[in-house]
Design a protein around this ligand. Structure first.
Ligand SMILES: [Cu+2]
Length: 240
């Protein structure tokens, strides 16, 4: 299965772009110089680079080049680190970061999700749900939300058996308040690219901003939690 989160796809493409560009430059330079500065058969030179055994060829040193190829990759790495903060902020925006997802929606209000050009989703308000993990099942609680916004049921899937279904609405943003009744688990919403640990005796939270066009997908447990960890699954069912 594939992660369809637009933001992570954008970041992947962005990193691939720079990786390929740097590779092409580096290897073109390397191979060009390797073959271009090779003597031909029969040619003889009298030590053209004036190399002496055990002596660093200082006369070939170029400080500008040294500085350039130290500073340029350093700046690129700093920049790539900086842009990778955008998804981190999207995944782990503080609950009181009203710029990201506003306040909790009042009855009858919609999040009106909007996705920008790189896939960052902002919302006018969010809905609160609860997720509890225990060996080896997920429990979803829609609290006071209407059945259109959040509902639960169950389904039977090969391998996983009968597992819970969480029904959410596309274009809405949910804040899942989560805990565990025993060991550490982590719900992993495969297609949203979102996961977060749930811990015994402690609440954690996870933003579920559902873009339009999200398809139904499996939720797995991403922290090893014992015998049936691999089948600790659920389904996210998304409707318009
Ligand atoms: Cu688990």
């Amino acid at each position: 299965m594939q992660i369809e989160n637009a933001l992570f796809n954008w970041l992947w493409d962005y990193y691939m772009f720079w990786s390929i560009l740097v590779s092409v430059l580096t290897f073109t330079w390397l191979y060009h110089h390797s073959f271009w500065y090779t003597s031909k058969d029969g040619e003889e030179f009298e030590n053209p680079d004036m190399i002496e055994v055990g002596v660093f060829p200082k006369h070939n040193d170029d400080m500008r080049l040294e500085v350039a190829w130290t500073i340029a990759p350093f700046l690129l790495i700093v920049w790539l680190t900086y842009v990778s903060w955008a998804p981190l902020n999207s995944v782990w925006a503080a609950v009181d970061d009203v710029d990201a997802h506003g306040f909790e929606c009042e009855d009858g209000f919609s999040s009106n999700n909007e996705m920008d050009s790189i896939g960052m989703i902002t919302s006018e308000c969010y809905h609160v749900i609860e997720i509890t993990g225990k060996q080896w099942v997920w429990q979803f609680d829609c609290l006071e939300l209407s059945a259109d916004l959040c509902d639960t049921s169950s389904t039977t899937i090969d391998v996983y058996g009968t597992i819970p279904v969480l029904n959410l609405k596309e274009g809405e943003t949910y804040l899942a308040i989560m805990t565990s009744e025993d060991v550490t688990h982590a719900p992993w919403f495969l297609e949203l690219g979102m996961k977060e640990d749930v811990l015994y005796g402690q609440d954690t939270s996870l933003w579920l901003a559902i873009p339009e066009g999200t398809s139904d997908h499996v939720i797995l447990c991403a922290e090893y939690c014992g015998d049936a960890h691999s089948v600790m699954a659920a389904v996210l069912d998304v409707h318009p």
